[in-house]
Design a protein around this ligand. Structure first.
Ligand code: ADP
Ligand code: MG
Length: 190
């Protein structure tokens, strides 16, 4: 499991005068489930995007297991981000969405089928493999997004308020699901 550390991380957007993220240093233990708390616009999403490699910091460093990853492209980082508005492939079935990353990695077909089945079971979507995203509820779509990310066994799963579009009951259910996935898989989650 990979420890992730942020060292004096600062981001000033080109249009910004005050930093969006100002000198943040923190250590995220490998295998932990960590939450960033703060009011809207305090810089949470900016931090997640810098870890994922979607944004370059203005200064500071991000290390995985003590090694700077700033020079690695997003796909080389093994940091997968899930957004509030899950972007599933609309023309692919649930099973194809979940297995997409493994297919891109050219994993053997049998291996993909096995992993897809396992992930669908873990996020409680078995029996829905053939449906299209449009035939699912919002909560079910978020489960597909989770399964599609976790199947890649990322070093860190970055969740940017992924359940805030769901109603209160469903949000609680998804939080519990996330906790059980964390216990089952040991993925570092932020
Ligand atoms: P949070 O996720 O905590 O709500 P953000 O990281 O989205 O906060 O935003 C932090 C600050 O950076 C805000 O003041 C926001 O307006 C600003 N910001 C976010 N994205 C951009 C951008 N692409 N360009 C300029 N400013 C941005
Ligand atoms: Mg945000």
């Amino acid at each position: 499991m990979t420890d992730v550390s942020l060292e004096n991380l600062t981001k000033i957007y080109p249009s910004g005068i005050v930093p969006a993220v100002n000198d943040v240093t923190m250590h995220i233990k490998g295998g932990s489930l960590t939450a960033l708390l703060g009011p809207s616009a305090c810089g949470k999403s900016t931090i997640l995007k810098m870890i994922a490699g979607l944004l370059a910091p203005t200064s500071g460093d991000i290390c995985f297991a003590g090694q700077s990853i700033l020079r690695l492209s997003p796909d080389q980082r093994d940091a997968v981000m899930i957004f509030q508005n899950h972007l599933l492939f609309p023309y692919m079935s649930v099973g194809e969405n979940v297995g997409f990353g493994l297919k891109m990695r050219h994993e053997p077909k049998r291996e993909i089928t096995r992993e897809v089945n396992r992930m669908q079971e873990l996020v409680q979507l078995d029996g829905m493999a053939k449906r299209k995203p449009s035939q699912l509820s919002g909560g079910q779509q978020q489960r597909v997004a989770l399964a599609r990310a976790l199947i890649l066994r990322p070093k860190i799963l970055l969740l940017d308020e992924p359940f805030s579009n769901l109603d209160a009951n469903l949000r609680l259910e998804m939080q519990q699901l996330l906790k059980s996935l964390h216990q089952e898989l040991g993925t570092t989650m932020l």
